[in-house]
Design a protein around this ligand. Structure first.
Ligand code: NAP
Length: 170
């Protein structure tokens, strides 16, 4: 499976339950990659969606210790291992860990690739959620970097990392 994330220059990803940037091109990229697959997210990330609704055209799995906090009809996993069990029969290339911070922390080591949209600025305000710095995490290597894209006065690149720690395991 893969992780997908939007980070600033110091790997910040969120503040007060929201994303740090509004980048329609990145949202399209996210949609294109994840549609038709399965997404695994934390309960707070679900809450950040419009009216707490799941994302369409994808199997949505929400990790929570309290299923009562998730609207009926959305698939719940009581912990990270249960989320992994739930996707055991899926094509791993089509399973996406989409955040937030706590779910990335729990599942990143199991991800083969991380699709990182890197914004070339430090977000304003005080972010409260971060992604691990893959440039300094042993075993993670950059596989591909896009040309820069500029939108809403921000420049960013799509960077794909691969987790070499899994090479011997799969
Ligand atoms: N930049 C990006 O690409 C990106 C992507 C996604 C999210 N975000 C941002 O990240 C922030 C949210 O991240 P977050 O870390 O605060 O929240 P989160 O990971 O979205 O959700 C946390 C909740 O998920 C449940 N959970 C997580 N790990 C669990 C485990 N191992 N076992 C059982 N339940 C578990 C718990 O739910 P219960 O409390 O219900 O038990 C926990 O409170 C927001 O600002 C959001 O906008 C950014």
């Amino acid at each position: 499976m893969n992780a997908i994330v939007l980070v600033d220059q110091i790997w910040a990803i969120g503040r007060e339950g929201r994303l740090l940037f509004n980048l329609p091109t990145d949202m399209e990229y996210f949609k294109k990659l994840t549609e038709g697959g399965t997404i695994i997210m934390g309960r707070r990330t679900l809450n950040s969606f419009v009216e707490g609704r799941p994302l369409p055209n994808r199997r949505n799995i929400v990790v929570t210790r309290n299923a009562d906090l998730v609207p009926p009809g959305i698939e719940v996993a009581p912990d990270a291992d249960a989320a992994l069990e739930a996707v055991a029969n899926e094509d791993p290339e089509k399973v996406w860990v989409i955040g937030g911070g706590s779910v990335y922390a729990a599942l990143l080591s199991r991800c083969r690739r991380a699709y990182v949209t890197k914004v070339e600025t430090v977000a304003e305000g005080e972010p409260d959620t971060y992604f691990p710095d893959l440039d300094h995490l042993p075993g993670w290597e950059v596989e591909e970097t896009s040309e820069p894209v500029t939108e809403n006065d921000l420049t960013f690149r799509f960077v794909r990392y691969v987790n070499r720690n899994l090479d011997s395991a799969s």
